[in-house]
Design a protein around this ligand. Structure first.
Ligand code: ASP
Length: 467
């Protein structure tokens, strides 16, 4: 049996929805279907989840709020009609959203999650009804009922250890079960969602629970590319990569797959492969496995991410100061920040921190709220380091606007000269390397460069390792 998850872009309108259902029907091992909420129908369109967030934030009962509700319900009705499920299957949708919006506003996060989860729930209801209309045996099941128990970390919930046993019963049904992704039920009886993109995680939890033969993750891309197609023209598709390689790539900037979604499989069912593939059911895909045979190319992918800041601390004879690094990290910890890298030399240490993204690619503008918060983080941390680090450092400064580029591949452990090739690629792109970091696992080497050099550097690396 296969667990198949479909992303929002594949469910954005009736045409895509029908294509998804055909893909499901083309392989009768696809028994458990996990769905996202309908995504953007065209460039610049708003995903249903984003509409829901806007509705939750609008003044209850205001014209603005009513407008969002109308839009959301109209989108559901249009899909229901277009996939042959009939609008009667969404007849309760408006009352449901109104009920969620009317929840106690003082429980802000709990209410927001209940509203956010609505898109997945109704998408799944429509699909189950549409399969029935096609004469297929199919049912909708709410994840809370199925056993998806999660923590009360609203907006960023985690599955509980106990959820797997109950969810394993999903395997018993002989028709198609459609389950909404993205949320589960808490011990308080409330709904809590995973972080954004969390339906990927729902799918892998369920795949691990039912011991599926594969977890297929469908979206509007044919698989995972070796580099960002927005930077490199027609990058090659990766045919196979390991869970560890995928984890490094997603963490370092690849956005095809939620970065926590690998864990349930790695920990509980490492033999279940993940297949990242296109919703139209075409044959190409990227297979993610626990172990793979190494090929000639020791690098499988190149990822890049922006919005890093490096706090650089210099102190003469730092190597003789026992506990200096610990004290520095303690100051960072006190501010509730986690760090990514700590390159060091005898008299200096840098701590690299990832800041939330200020640039919103959707609106092509800077989110002023995030920008102000980031500025406050940098200024506050600089002050803390200067005033609290004892003995006082000679120089403390923060380099902002840094990007991290990672070359990833398990084969790097066994091959000589990969770093040399990479640094030559940076040189030919005239990209100055601000830092280099390679962990003990040797699965990736991370290079810090200024953000404006990312494009050229990634293209040059791609030419070196894949052309
Ligand atoms: N609909 C949710 C989001 O937009 C979850 C998901 O798509 O996986 O983040």
């Amino acid at each position: 049996m296969i667990v198949a998850k479909f992303g929002g872009s594949s469910l954005a309108n009736a045409a895509n929805f029908n294509m998804v259902m055909n893909t499901i029907e083309s392989d009768d091992r696809r028994k458990i279907i996990v769905v996202s909420a309908p995504g953007a129908r065209f460039k610049g369109d708003t995903k249903v989840t984003d509409l829901l967030i806007k509705a939750a934030k609008a003044v209850p009962g205001s014209t603005e709020s009513k407008g969002f509700v109308e839009d959301i319900c109209a989108r559901l009705a249009e899909i229901a009609e277009g996939v042959g499920a009939g609008t009667q299957c969404v007849s309760g949708a408006e009352a449901d959203i109104m009920g969620r919006l009317a929840m106690d506003a003082s429980q802000k996060e709990m209410r927001l999650d209940a509203v956010k989860a609505y898109g997945e729930e109704w998408c799944a209801r429509i699909m189950a009804a549409a399969f029935s209309a096609r004469g297929k045996k199919a049912k909708f099941i709410d994840p809370r009922e199925a056993g998806m128990s999660v923590t009360t970390e609203y907006g960023n919930a985690r599955q509980t250890n106990g959820c797997y046993k109950k969810l394993s019963k999903l395997a018993n049904y002989d028709g198609i079960t459609v389950v909404p992704g993205f949320y589960g039920g808490t011990s308080r009886g409330s709904i809590a969602t995973f972080s954004r993109g969390g339906s990927d995680l729902s799918g892998s939890i369920i795949a691990a629970a039912v011991k599926a033969e594969a977890y297929e993750n469908f979206s509007d891309v044919p698989g995972i590319c070796a580099a960002d197609p927005g930077i490199v023209d027609n990058p090659r598709l990766i045919s196979e990569l390991t869970f560890r390689e995928l984890r490094e790539l997603t963490y370092s900037g690849f956005s095809v797959f939620h970065d926590e979604a690998i864990r349930p499989l790695v920990e509980r069912a490492p033999d279940i492969p993940i297949l990242v593939r296109h919703s139209d059911g075409r044959d190409t895909f990227t297979k993610i496995v626990n172990d793979r045979k190494q090929d000639d190319n020791c690098v499988v992918g190149i990822a890049a991410d922006t919005n890093f800041v490096s706090f650089n601390v210099e102190k003469h004879l730092m190597n003789r100061e026992i506990g200096y690094g610990r004290k520095l990290l303690h100051i960072i910890e006190k501010r509730g920040l986690s760090y990514e890298h700590t390159p060091s030399s005898i008299d200096s240490i840098s701590v690299v921190i990832r800041l939330p993204k200020e640039y919103d690619p959707k609106t092509k503008s800077i989110n002023q709220e995030i920008a102000a918060a980031n500025k406050a983080t940098v200024v506050g941390l600089l002050e803390d380091i200067k005033s609290k680090l004892n003995p006082a450092p000679d120089i403390v400064k923060a380099d902002t606007g840094l990007a991290m580029i990672a070359i990833v591949g398990e084969g790097m452990k066994e091959s000589v000269g990969t770093a040399a090739k990479a640094t030559a690629a940076f040189a030919s792109a005239s990209a100055n390397i601000e830092m280099i970091s390679q962990g003990a696992s040797e699965i990736s080497i991370v290079f810090g460069v200024m953000e404006n050099r990312v494009g050229d550097a990634v293209r040059s690396l791609y030419k070196t390792f894949f052309a």
